[in-house]
Unconditional design. Structure first.
Length: 75
């Protein structure tokens, strides 16, 4: 999944307008890796990245709650 960094019009999707914070691509659209790389770099008409990849944390990398060790004395 990608997050839009700056407003742009996707000329490969009927000039669909994207705004900062939007998810790219919109639902129902498939974008190839080359196009994603173009938009995530300066190799596009605007000359700067307009999207960035958002990596979802895996279940294994999520922090687990700390477990209590032993009993505490109530002295």
């Amino acid at each position: 999944m990608y997050k839009v960094l700056t407003q742009f019009f996707d000329l490969q999707d009927n000039a669909k307008e994207y705004h900062p914070g939007d998810t790219f691509p919109r639902d129902g659209i498939v974008v190839n890796k080359a196009r994603l790389g173009e938009l995530a770099s300066s190799h596009n008409r605007l000359g700067h990245a307009v999207i960035e990849e958002v990596k979802e944390p895996s279940k294994e990398s999520e922090e687990k709650p700390a477990r209590k060790r032993g009993r505490q004395n109530a002295d």
